[in-house]
Design a protein around this ligand. Structure first.
Ligand code: FE2
Ligand code: FE2
Length: 359
């Protein structure tokens, strides 16, 4: 597989991963040839890149940390949950939220992540404008549980609460005016102030209107708090912010930075991670951050990298023990010519080579 920018994708190539709509329904399956019309549509939907199958890249695997089925089911459950909360009156003291369905999905996420040993996030969760909110909620949950489950101090019950809290962290957006949530472009200060209320609204919905555990609801309330007390809504600092929310804050920020939005293109995971690290100790808990960074590949498999020596290469496989130095396949010489016989380099054994940039 190869990760390719839609700007350089030529029609006729086959998709390497399926594309889903905002309800978690399959739009284009793996293996479907991207026609000129599909390509236009993908760009309209806000995608900047896709995974494709390509000759010479067949052996490069992009493996998700949960099954496609779990991810799809989670997206459709969250989409339905948002719909039903949106449909209930924000002044009423009950919302219809299918607790058992969300619990079931949270369980599957935890099961998938804890049954396959230590894993790293080695794929970019590509999203469009319309499926962003739901796919984002799911990916935040996945990244959060991926990190916390490997710390080894949480029970599976606690991980399930964490998965649920992260899945529902943005549920308050269902009662923020839809023109603001779906605005294509940056929010005005007033709109941003409305948007910030999704934390307290979400807490209210989960704790008082649908009888969720306080711990689950607290993730909705606290996931935008900053470690130094400059976040919102409570300006809580340090361990006054529950550890679940400290993990969720990292996953939330990382996922939004590395996703295409209406006002910006996605950043590569490397840049997303660097951004988080700049906030270590101020925005984020340094210990949680280190654990998070140990589980996210800065150079995911199938991405194109440029070496400091000028060659272009594709990432073939990550080294779990050294995420900075994956195994790569050199494709182009420093002057841009295709190498006659692409060859592989394990960067963990070749300190003389280093990655300069990633696509
Ligand atoms: Fe949020
Ligand atoms: Fe979020």
């Amino acid at each position: 597989m190869k990760l390719i920018s839609l700007d350089t994708l030529e029609p006729g190539k086959q998709l390497g991963r399926p594309i889903y709509n905002e309800k978690g329904t399959l739009l284009l399956g793996k293996g479907v040839a991207v026609t000129a019309r599909y390509l236009r549509r993908l760009k309209e939907m806000g995608y900047s890149s896709v995974y494709i199958e390509e000759k010479g890249y067949e052996d490069i695997e992009v493996k998700d940390v949960i099954s496609d089925r779990t991810r799809m089911e989670a997206v459709s459950t969250i989409s339905e949950t948002f719909e039903s909360v949106r449909a209930s009156d924000s002044r009423s003291d009950k919302v219809s939220l299918d607790r058992s369905k969300v619990t079931g999905v949270a369980d599957k996420i935890v099961d998938d992540l804890t049954s396959s040993g230590d894993q790293i996030m080695d794929l970019i969760d590509l999203k469009s404008f319309d499926n962003y909110t739901f796919m984002h909620s799911v990916n935040v949950s996945v990244l959060t549980v991926l990190t916390a489950s490997n710390v080894g101090k949480f029970t599976s019950m606690e991980l399930r609460d964490l998965a649920m809290g992260a899945l529902l962290s943005d549920i308050g957006k269902a009662h923020v005016p839809i023109e603001i949530v779906h605005k294509k472009g940056r929010l005005t200060p007033d709109e941003f102030a409305r948007m910030k209320k999704h934390t307290a609204i979400g807490y209210e919905i989960l704790l008082h209107k649908s009888n969720m555990k306080p711990l689950v609801a607290s993730v909705a309330l606290q996931h935008h708090e900053y470690y130094n007390g400059t976040g919102y809504p409570g300006q809580l600092a340090g361990d006054k912010i529950h550890i679940f929310s400290r993990y969720t804050a990292l996953a939330d920020c990382f996922d939004s930075l590395t996703s295409d939005r209406s006002y910006k293109r996605r950043l590569p995971p490397l840049v997303g991670l660097e951004y988080l690290k700049l906030g270590s100790g101020t925005h984020f808990d340094p210990v949680c951050l280190e654990q998070f960074a140990n589980h996210v590949a800065p150079y995911p498999a199938a991405s194109t990298v440029m070496l400091t020596t000028g060659e272009t290469a594709v990432v073939v496989q990550n080294n779990m023990k050294n995420l900075e130095r994956p195994k790569i396949r050199i494709l182009n010489t420093p002057d841009g010519k295709a190498v006659e016989k692409p060859y592989e380099l394990d960067l963990s054994a070749h300190p003389e080579f280093a990655i300069q940039s990633v696509q």
